[in-house]
Design a protein around this ligand. Structure first.
Ligand code: ZN
Length: 152
């Protein structure tokens, strides 16, 4: 089903997703962190560990490790690249935009100025069973921010 899902996405977007899946960004857990979270998507078997460092309201380190389908692993790779260096407020804006896209049931194409490579996930919103795969890393990030801020 994983391959079928990917195959139904736009060609260019397939390439972006497969590129992140094969050459993941920031996939090496940093040894120092403000928050460390572990999130799972039991319906698909996806697992993600994510470590986060925030300094002066800016995401200065976002590293992860994980196993699972190409959509879950590519999505967390994309977000780790996209949110690094952003302020917490900027990252929240991007996260909300991505969540809205995932809930659009295929009716939105996504704003590539805000989402950059994450627009490649737009087609996933047509597959209800796979939306949790795409959102897993983003929910892990959201949880990590809350935990990191609680320590400040
Ligand atoms: Zn999955």
């Amino acid at each position: 089903t994983e391959i079928l899902c990917i195959m139904e996405l736009d060609n260019l977007y397939q390439e972006v997703i497969l590129d992140h899946y094969k050459r993941p960004q920031n996939k090496k857990l940093a040894t120092t962190f403000d928050a460390q979270v572990h999130h799972v998507n039991p319906s698909c078997g996806d697992e993600i560990d994510l470590n986060l460092v925030i300094r002066n309201e800016v995401v200065t380190s976002i590293t992860w490790d994980g196993v699972g389908c190409s959509i879950s692993q590519a999505s967390v790779s994309i977000l780790s690249d996209l949110l690094l260096g952003k302020t917490i407020a900027e990252a929240e804006h991007i996260l909300n935009n991505f969540t809205e896209l995932m809930q659009s049931k295929g009716t939105m194409v996504g704003d590539d100025e805000i989402l950059e490579d994450a627009v490649a996930m737009a087609g996933v919103s047509k597959f209800p069973a796979r939306i949790k795969c795409a959102l897993l890393g983003w929910m892990a990030y959201k949880d990590a921010v809350v935990q990191a801020q609680a320590k400040l």
